[in-house]
Design a protein around this ligand. Structure first.
Ligand code: RB5
Length: 153
């Protein structure tokens, strides 16, 4: 399984820990930055890693900033992305089983290293259940398509 990962300066240290763990667990990981712990703008890195998913280069992306929220907002602007903000294991599991999330976001200033690794493991191992959940995902996609060229009049 291929996983893209990215962070801003606030998520940089935790990204290194998560990345190392993913490699140890046998995942094929693509590091989309940031590569130095210098103040930077999270949307630049969210876009790179999340685009890997819609482009089919990666199966999932993991985005880490201070809270995870900015990364989440940025990733969810890309059509086809369903980015889930998960700072607990229940959300991590359900974001996959029910919402078929393809991007995981969380905050390095919110979760500790151990919990972050558990969240990532839970997210990547959980499987989408389909069925009634697919109907709801299709409705999300319909909203996306409806507003993709939307211009306020
Ligand atoms: C950076 O200070 C911080 O704003 C960023 O990492 C993130 O938390 C934004 O959502």
């Amino acid at each position: 399984m291929k996983v893209s990962i990215a962070s801003d300066h606030a998520g940089f240290k935790l990204k290194k820990i998560v990345l190392k763990n993913l490699i140890t667990d046998g995942y094929d990981v693509l590091d989309r930055g940031t590569y130095v712990e210098v103040s930077c703008d999270y949307p630049d890195f969210a876009e790179k890693a999340a685009y890997d998913v819609v482009d089919g280069i990666s199966d999932f992306a993991i985005l880490i900033c201070g809270t995870g929220l900015g990364m989440n907002y940025a990733a969810n602007k890309i059509p086809g992305i369903r980015a889930a903000q998960c700072c607990d294991l229940y959300s991590a599991r359900l974001s996959r089983e029910h919402n078929n999330a393809n991007v995981l976001t969380f905050g390095a200033r919110i979760v500790g290293d151990g919990l972050a690794i558990e969240i990532v493991n839970t997210f990547l191992k959980s499987k989408f259940q389909g069925g009634r959940h697919q109907v709801r995902i299709d409705k999300i996609t319909s909203i996306e398509n409806k507003y993709i060229n939307f211009k306020r009049v």
